[in-house]
Design a protein around this ligand. Structure first.
Ligand code: NAD
Ligand code: 44H
Length: 393
């Protein structure tokens, strides 16, 4: 039997990056998703294309050898697939991990004793996403407590950092995915050391993931979101359009200068290396060949304004050290102004929270920051300004 991987979330990063790398490494990919039309299309199309675009030209990769299963309506079929797969990956969004955990738990529980443990790698923009998924899987609601003692013989969990810009796709593109050429997929190898790492070409296996995920989230995603939120508030359509505005570009540089101070001091990363990384990221997010709408990059503002995320995590740590966070606060203000955006439930929920709570409560509820923390009064000022402006409108 050939190698098999189950991938949850057949969306942009799922089809365009994770499944592409699994396929190129010889895996059959079983997609698990909940969108019927997408599942039907996958099962009816023997191949799709991954199209890399950039200043160096365009290259195409053809992906084959896959199937798709609806994880809601065909749970038993999926449990069987998971029980015999070598790898389970996911790119569903950090808030969806709790919903995919039950079926993965059942698949793990059913795993035959003669198989190596399942390798589980969550590919989300979040610190410790695989740990979060593992906690849901091991929750007594999903795995019987008496099965936990030897659970490690059936599954192992490795955190990862995944980086490749995949914009929302043209609705007429079918399953094809257009994305940037650059990619980085870094995975913690330590949970797999005694059982062997899965052979997936392109993964950088490391012993300490923390510098990689923080550098990625607090540079790529902080810069990206800064451009998107300023861009949205100045009626720019794409991140590229936003970066053509000199003031927005200055805000992005400013925010990344601030996070650089944290990344360099916290992880011992060389200043020159971080500056080169920042320059490369600004070029990547400003890729004129990617039509990356500010609404996609700014999506889910409650998640992006939460405690461990791209703005509040670095800004709160910098504030505790007495360092400047002016540009991060500007971006946070723009994120609080990202309200009632079409098709973005969190932006609607944000508007509701802003209209029903005082600024101190908003900072606690949305950012998870306590009044004893140094950043608290600065965040309260930001929220108050946004609330005052909405009342005037
Ligand atoms: N797009 C990018 O540039 C990029 C890059 C790196 C990381 N990521 C991360 O990857 C994740 C997915 O992002 P995306 O851009 O691919 O989003 P997307 O919306 O294109 O894809 C998400 C997919 O998950 C599916 N899904 C939703 N609920 C599900 C469930 N309960 N079970 C199974 N599938 C379910 C959706 O139907 C959709 O197909 C996010 O965490 C994102 O931060 C995205
Ligand atoms: O996926 P999100 O919502 O966490 O963030 C939006 C973008 O910044 C993100 O998808 C980037 O394109 C990606 O992280 C690049 O690696």
């Amino acid at each position: 039997m050939g190698k098999k991987a189950v991938h949850f979330g057949a969306g942009n990063i799922g089809r365009g990056f994770v499944a592409c790398f699994l396929h190129n490494s010889g895996y059959e990919v079983v997609f698990a998703d909940v969108a019927d039309a997408l599942i039907d299309r996958i099962n009816q199309s023997p191949s799709y294309k991954v199209i890399e675009v950039g200043s160096e030209g365009t290259t195409e990769n053809t992906i084959t050898n896959y199937r798709a299963i609806n994880s809601k309506t065909h749970e038993e079929d999926l449990v069987k697939e998971i029980s015999t797969a070598e790898v389970v990956t996911c790119s569903v969004g950090p808030n969806i991990l709790r919903f995919i955990a039950p079926v993965i738990a059942k698949g793990i529980d059913r795993r035959p004793e003669d198989l190596e443990p399942l390798h589980v790698i969550a590919c989300e923009n979040a610190i410790g996403a695989t740990d979060t998924l593992a906690e849901f899987i091991k929750d007594p609601k999903n795995t019987a407590p008496e099965r936990l003692e030897d659970h490690h013989k059936r599954a192992r969990y490795a955190n990862s950092a995944i980086d490749r810009i995949v914009p929302a796709q043209d609705p007429n593109a079918g399953l094809d995915v257009t994305l940037e050429k650059f990619f980085e997929w870094v995975v913690d190898k330590t949970p797999f050391e005694d059982i062997g790492i899965p052979e997936i070409e392109g993964i950088n296996w490391v012993s300490d993931l923390s510098p990689f995920i923080e550098r990625k989230l607090f540079t790529v995603n902080t810069g990206h979101a800064t451009a998107a939120y300023h861009g949205y508030n100045r009626r720019k359509r794409t991140v590229y359009d936003a970066l053509q505005d000199k003031q927005i570009m200055a805000e992005v540089y400013g925010a990344l200068e601030e996070t650089k101070n944290l990344i360099v001091s916290k992880h011992g990363i060389d200043v020159d290396a971080q500056e080169a990384y920042v320059a490369k990221i600004i070029k990547r997010i400003g890729n004129p060949h990617l039509e990356d709408a500010v609404e996609r990059v700014g999506r889910a503002p409650l998640r992006k304004l939460s405690r461990k995320e791209r703005f509040i995590a670095p800004a709160s740590e910098l504030a505790e050290k007495g360092e400047s966070i002016k540009y991060l606060l500007d971006a946070i203000e723009m994120a609080f102004r990202f309200q009632n955006v079409e098709d973005d439930e969190e932006s609607k929920e944000l508007a509701k929270i802003m209209s029903e709570n005082g600024p101190e409560d908003v900072v606690g509820k949305v950012c998870g920051i306590q009044s004893s923390e140094k950043i608290f009064p600065q965040l309260v000022e930001v929220v108050k300004r946004v609330q005052d402006d909405s009342r005037e409108d």
